[in-house]
Each structure stands twice: as structure tokens, then as C-alpha cells.
Design a protein around this ligand. Structure first.
Ligand SMILES: [Zn+2]
Length: 124
């Protein structure tokens, strides 16, 4: 086959101008990239999809990303409050460390106990 014997049904991507929708999407991606924004994906089970549909329908929300940002900011407020209120173990007074240990683990006042006041306060 000679070089210029291409099938007519295949568009030549080097000379075909992009469609308006393609240009808009490209511009949006570039705008987000310039603003250092990133996309995060959420995987939902069928039952969680049903819950999401109910929440969106009941609240009249249409923008899933905006809902996620609102939930993130609300939880961030709780985490900030938690850092202030539970900076130290309620039993021994040692400062909190991720995956830390305490002799009083198991006591509800110890920050490392599964059912501690600290862990309960951190639930969303
Ligand atoms: Zn402790």
C-alpha cells in the first residue's frame, strides 16, 4: 500500500480540527492543572450508590464533587477539633502519635484504645 492510500473513513488527526467540546474539555483540564487541582475517585458499592442517590435527591444537590468537598471540610473541622482536644493520652498524658502505644491501652481514657473517647470523637 502506498503512503497516500488511506481509508477515507479514518479521520486524519493531524489536520482535522478538534470539536468545540474537545477544546472546552481540554481548556478545563488545563485550567485545573494550572490551579494545582487534582481528581480523586470514589468507588461505591451498589448500596452506597443508593445512599448517594438518596442524599443527592433529598438535598437537591447535583454536583458530587461539591458534596465531597463539603464533607471533607466538615470532617476537617472535626479533625482539627480532635487535635486540640485529644493531643495527649487521657490516661497517662503522653502526646498522641500515630500507631503509638500506652500501658493503659484498653482503658476508655487511653487514646489508643479501640473504643476510647479519643477514637469515638474521631469518627465522621
Ligand atoms: Zn496513655
Amino acid at each position: 500500500m502506498k503512503h497516500n492510500q488511506r481509508s477515507r473513513s479514518v479521520p486524519n488527526i493531524t489536520t482535522t480540527p478538534p470539536k468545540a467540546a474537545t477544546l472546552r474539555k481540554r481548556a478545563e483540564r488545563e485550567r485545573r492543572r494550572a490551579a494545582n487541582q487534582v481528581n480523586k475517585n470514589v468507588t461505591l458499592s451498589p448500596s452506597n450508590q443508593t445512599i448517594l442517590d438518596e442524599v443527592m435527591s433529598y438535598t437537591g444537590r447535583r454536583n458530587f464533587s461539591a458534596l465531597m468537598v463539603d464533607l471533607l471540610l466538615a470532617y476537617h473541622g472535626k479533625v482539627t477539633e480532635h487535635k486540640r482536644d485529644h493531643a495527649c493520652c487521657g490516661k497517662c498524658g503522653d502526646p498522641y502519635q500515630l500507631n503509638g502505644h500506652c500501658l493503659f491501652k484498653g482503658d476508655s481514657a487511653c487514646q489508643y484504645s479501640v473504643s476510647s473517647d479519643s477514637q469515638r470523637a474521631l469518627k465522621p
